[in-house]
Design a protein around this ligand. Structure first.
Ligand code: RIB
Ligand code: CA
Length: 315
């Protein structure tokens, strides 16, 4: 039976492919897409979610906009990484997929309470919407199967030396999520950097011979240009789909139990995930932390999803 999921995202090049994987892989049932400010403003991440669903032919999946700023700190977008639009690279047609009027937190809560079984939340952005859900609706926690998030890192950051972008984007929200008691799986940079979009991967998308495959290759080509420019990396890591892959097939993403604490006060470390892999601290296990990726099977599922969508729909 496919696992019911909701993806909470900030498209974002890697979020875009995470949406496609979640919409097309038969192991999951995408119930809703919610957006939050992060990579770009809420207006732009929501427009981008509509663009992705339009070109991928994803219909019947409600898109709801959520929070337009972090809980406490000001919004700081990643236009240096994802561009002015948040999805620079390809030209997108006018979106034909609309947004529902409900706030993301209200939509997630309603689905959680109405769905016949607990739902998995897959946040691939700052955790503002999820923290607000857990705070505004404590009853929702029992209806969440697990939270499988892309964020954090067992070692270094990518927004500061210590902090990864999604956690750094709203540390208080992340602290609420990791302290909620809901089962959490953290897919951090240490594992997503094993999902490198090499030229061979881009060739697989182009080789599909579909408009959608070409759009994915263009997205990854743009993403590669920013990773080369900003970090000198030859190939960009495709972060967000790794969290979806963990839900699709747990053997693709290997995890260990650990305590994860979000640093809120460090002058140079605010937003860092302090992952206690060796039980140095007397703090309880509160997360499964992803440490390994079967990259071959990951890319097979990712390319397979785009192939399935492209076969169904030519934008
Ligand atoms: O650090 C990577 C994360 O930050 C990804 O979710 C990417 O989309 C950005 O949001
Ligand atoms: Ca993201």
């Amino acid at each position: 039976m496919p696992v019911p999921i909701i993806i909470d995202c900030d498209p974002g090049h890697d979020d875009a492919l995470a949406i496609m994987l979640a919409a097309a892989d038969p192991a999951v049932d995408l119930l809703a897409i919610t957006t939050v400010a992060g990579n770009q403003t809420l207006e732009k991440t929501t427009l981008n979610a509509r663009r992705v669903c339009t070109v991928a032919g994803i219909t019947g999946v409600p898109i709801a906009a959520g929070c337009d700023r972090p809980l406490l700190q000001p919004l700081a977008v990643a236009d240096d990484v994802h561009g002015e639009s948040g999805l620079d690279g390809p030209e997108f047609p006018e979106p034909t997929v609309e947004v529902v009027p409900e706030h993301a937190v209200e939509l997630i809560h309603r689905i959680l309470m109405e769905h016949p079984e607990p739902v998995t939340l897959v946040p691939t952005a700052p955790l503002t919407n999820i923290a607000l859900l857990l705070t505004r609706y404590p009853d929702s926690a029992a209806r969440i199967r697990e939270i499988v998030l892309m964020g954090g890192s067992t070692d270094r950051g990518n927004r500061t030396p210590a902090a990864e972008f999604n956690i750094h984007g709203d540390p208080e929200a992340a602290d609420i999520v990791f302290g909620s008691g809901v089962p959490v799986t953290m897919c951090g940079l240490n594992v997503t950097h094993q999902a490198l979009a090499t030229p061979q991967v881009l060739a697989r998308f182009e080789g599909l011979g579909t408009e959608l495959g070409h759009i994915c290759a263009e997205l990854l080509s743009y993403f590669a240009s920013t990773y080369k420019r900003l970090w000198g990396m030859p190939h960009p890591p495709l972060h967000d789909p790794v969290a979806v892959a963990r839900v699709i097939d747990r053997s693709i993403v290997g995890c260990v139990d650990a305590n994860v604490t979000v640093e809120l006060h460090g002058q140079y470390t605010r937003g860092a995930t302090v992952v206690d892999l060796h039980q140095y601290l007397d703090r309880p296990v509160n997360a499964q932390v992803a440490v390994t990726l079967d990259a071959e099977r990951f890319w097979d599922r990712m390319v397979g999803a785009v192939a399935a969508l492209g076969a169904r729909h030519t934008p």
